[in-house]
Structures are given as C-alpha cells and as structure tokens.
Design a protein around this ligand. Structure first.
Ligand code: HEC
Ligand code: HEC
Length: 365
C-alpha cells in the first residue's frame, strides 16, 4: 500500500519545491496554529478529537518509519489535495484539500511542523534533488567561493589573507568535521544545523577576519537570503561529502527542559568548571587565558584561541542556555573543545551552563 502511494507521489513532480524544509524553527513556529491537529491530535498521534470519529483513521506522525518513507514531494501533494483523490477518496478519507486555504509556503510550514513529532531531520539525499543541488551550486559560486574555494576545500582567496596561519580558516566542506551540530561527537550535522549556520553566520571572539562583518562575524549571516535559496545551498554543501549520502539514521543530542537558575546551581557549576579542567584552557575567570591556552592547536595544526567565556554575545554556537548545553554535549569537531556527553549528567551540564553564562557577570547568577 505504502509503495503504491510513493509511486503516486513521484508522479506529481514539484521540482521547484523539492526541498527538505523540515525543522527550521521559524517555519515550525508559524505552522503550529493551522488547525490540522483537530484530526491528527495535539501530539500528532492521529488521535485528535474529530479524528477518532472518522472511518479512515488519520495518520500518526509519530510513526517514525512511516514518516521517513514519505518523500517531501509526496507529502506536499497529499496536504494540497487532501483525501479527495484516489486511492483515498473511495476509502472514505475525510482529509480536506488545503490548496485553496493554505498558501504554498504555509503548506510547507505545516509539513515542517508535522516532522517535529518524530524528530525526523529530513531525507539527506542530495541525489534526489538534482535541481536544488545545481541551483545551490550557482548561489555558492556567488556567495561562498571567496572563502570556501571553488571545490569547497576551504581554500578561497579571501580566507587565508584575512587570518594568516591562525584558526579558524574557512572550512573544508568536503571533510567531515563540523563544529555546530545537534548530533553526537563524531557525526555529521543535520539539515537544520546547516541551515542555522548559514542563516546565523559564524561569530568569533574578534580578530582580523571580523573586520567589515557585522556582529563580530568571521562568516557573514545569510539570513536575508530567501529560505528556499538557503536550503538549496545546504543541498549543495551536502553533495560535497559522500558521507551525507551514506548515513542511514540520524540521532540528535537530547536537550532536557531547562531548570531554574539558582545560586546553588551556579556554585556547583563553578566546582565542575574546576574539576572538569575547563580552567586549563578557558582560564580561572573564563577569559580564554588558561595555562594550556597558548599551546592549543586545531586539527590543521593552526593555533586556536580558547573562547573568552565572559563574552557570550560572540559565542559561535549560540548563547541561549540550550545552545551552551548543546556545545558541551557535542563538542566542536576538529578543535581541542571536547564533548562532555560521556562525562556529565544532564543536571551537571545545566549547572555548568549556568556557571559559564554567569562569567560575564563576574561569576554570580
Ligand atoms: C568571509 C568568509 C566566509 C564566507 C563568505 C562564507 N564562509 Fe562559511 N565559514 C567561514 C569560516 C571562517 C568558517 C569556519 C569557522 C570556524 O571554524 O569557527 C566557515 C564555516 C562554514 C561551515 C561549517 C560550519 C560547521 O558546523 O563547522 C559551513 C557549512 C559554511 N561555512 C558554509 C558556508 C556557505 C554555504 C557560504 C556561502 C553562502 C559561506 N559559508 C560563506 C568563512 C566564510
Ligand atoms: C583542551 C582545551 C579545552 C577544554 C578542556 C575545554 N575547552 Fe571549551 N573550547 C576550547 C576551544 C579551543 C574552543 C573554541 C573552538 C573554536 O572557536 O572553534 C572552546 C569553545 C568553548 C565554548 C563555545 C563558545 C562558542 O563559541 O559557542 C564553550 C561554551 C566552552 N568551550 C566551554 C567549555 C567548558 C564549560 C569546558 C569544561 C567542561 C571546556 N570548554 C573545556 C578549548 C577547551
């Protein structure tokens, strides 16, 4: 049955729309109130109040395997046409067509929201989106080549002249080392991690590369670029590294709900900061001047600065408590900043997060 539905989906090619929109935060938030949950339920399990009364039961979006099997063009078509086409109509499907009610963009938002129920992060198969990859390549040639180089090897003409013989250099996008991930140490980022990097750009603690870029950035923010184009860029970036094509399952690091900050938590965090040897690199007061700081090198053997933790505005991976939590649990691949996922319990990680964020106020909450 599912196989047949897939063929149906493939017949309705929506080339221009064949993008993995998935879990982009603003898209997801916008979609929350579009009304489908009357049937599919607030928890996306197909048990909404109206759904329980229908002859053909609404799908459960919590069914991981089912969601993973559905391609985005099929999904889009299904939302647009609803159940008023075969093979669903004769089975008595009550799903209304949304094409008259929701704009194209809104329908993609609904899809992105539906995907959040399973934690599914998109298909990651660039070869299924040849048009997107080609378009992404064009945009890349205009916006990224200067730093990341014609083949994505990080050897564009601009990078090396702006930050000679120091880290960070523009990344070799064909390598598997990515710093900003929601995935465990040693793994590739998700689609939404890459969208976030491109949208946010990359900040730094200062230095020559940031001159001329707003907000202490060493890589500019491409937030102004239409979302479709940013997604096409991401498809192109993924096409540079075969490992994106080959991975089967994507797991992300869980971020439990943020507890309340208390002076006790900050005090425990301070102790952990000493015990976990953060001091050796980041220094007693977090200024990035620990005793091993002068010797730190990245994987390219270039000297690298331990982050000045008293300046959260310049954090590359974000400065919300959830962002710092993610940094500690994932580490920055290719740098001396390790992952503490195996060393810290979630409660301890939160204590440390609160202490790190207190450093900009001299170590008090
Ligand atoms: C002004 C130079 C510059 C430009 C332009 C630039 N980047 Fe970057 N990019 C960098 C630097 C520098 C890094 C490495 C930062 C670091 O390691 O802290 C980087 C890193 C990255 C990363 C790796 C992120 C990670 O998780 O480690 C990606 C992906 C990326 N850039 C994509 C792009 C794309 C796509 C474009 C074009 C839209 C682009 N960059 C344009 C300088 C640039
Ligand atoms: C071996 C040295 C080393 C140790 C130990 C270390 N760090 Fe780091 N840390 C670094 C370096 C180097 C960077 C910057 C990497 C970069 O800019 O790419 C970093 C980055 C960070 C960041 C990221 C800021 C941003 O830009 O988003 C945070 C937060 C952080 N460290 C906190 C800690 C904490 C807390 C500990 C102890 C649990 C710790 N680090 C242990 C070297 C270290």
């Amino acid at each position: 049955m599912r196989r047949m539905m897939l063929r149906w989906g493939a017949a309705v090619v929506m080339a221009a729309l064949a993008l993995g929109v998935w879990v982009v935060d603003p898209t997801v938030t916008r979609a929350d109130s579009n009304g489908e949950n009357v049937c599919h339920g607030d928890a996306g399990d197909g048990k909404g109040p109206a759904g329980l009364a229908l002859p053909l039961k609404p799908s459960s979006f919590r069914d991981r395997a089912g969601v993973a099997e559905m391609r985005d063009n099929y999904w889009f078509w299904r939302i647009s046409e609803g159940g008023q086409v075969e093979p669903f109509k004769s089975k008595g499907s009550a799903m209304p067509p949304w094409k008259g009610t929701l704009s194209v963009e809104d329908r993609w938002s609904v899809m992105a929201y539906q995907h959040t129920f399973t934690g599914h992060q998109g298909p990651h198969v660039p070869w299924e989106h040849p048009e997107s990859v080609a378009m992404g390549h064009d945009i890349y040639r205009m916006s990224c080549v200067g730093c990341h180089g014609a083949q994505g090897k990080g050897d564009g003409s601009v990078g090396a002249t702006l930050s000679p013989r120091r880290a960070p250099q523009p990344r070799d996008l064909t390598s598997s080392l990515f710093k900003f991930r929601s995935t465990p140490s040693g793994q590739l980022p998700t689609t939404s991690d890459l969208v976030r990097t491109i949208s946010e750009g990359i900040r730094s603690s200062g230095g020559p590369l940031t001159i001329g870029l707003s907000g202490y950035r060493i890589m500019p923010s491409f937030r102004h670029m239409p979302e479709e184009q940013r997604l096409e860029l991401v498809e192109y970036v993924k096409s540079l590294n075969k490992a994106f094509w080959e991975r089967a399952e994507i797991r992300t690091v869980e971020i439990p709900p943020r507890p309340r900050v208390t002076p006790e938590r900050v005090a425990r965090g301070k102790q952990l900061y000493a015990d976990a040897e953060c001091r050796a690199c980041h220094g007693d007061r977090g200024r990035g001047d620990g005793k091993s700081a002068p010797e730190l090198k990245d994987d390219l053997q270039l000297p690298i600065q331990a982050t000045d933790l008293t300046r959260p505005r310049r954090f590359k991976n974000g400065r919300r408590p959830e962002d710092v939590y993610r940094t500690l649990m994932t580490g920055f691949a290719g740098t001396p900043m390790p992952s503490y996922a195996d060393a810290l319990e979630p409660e301890q990680a939160w204590d440390l997060v609160f202490y790190v964020l207190s450093l900009s106020q001299g170590g008090t909450p």
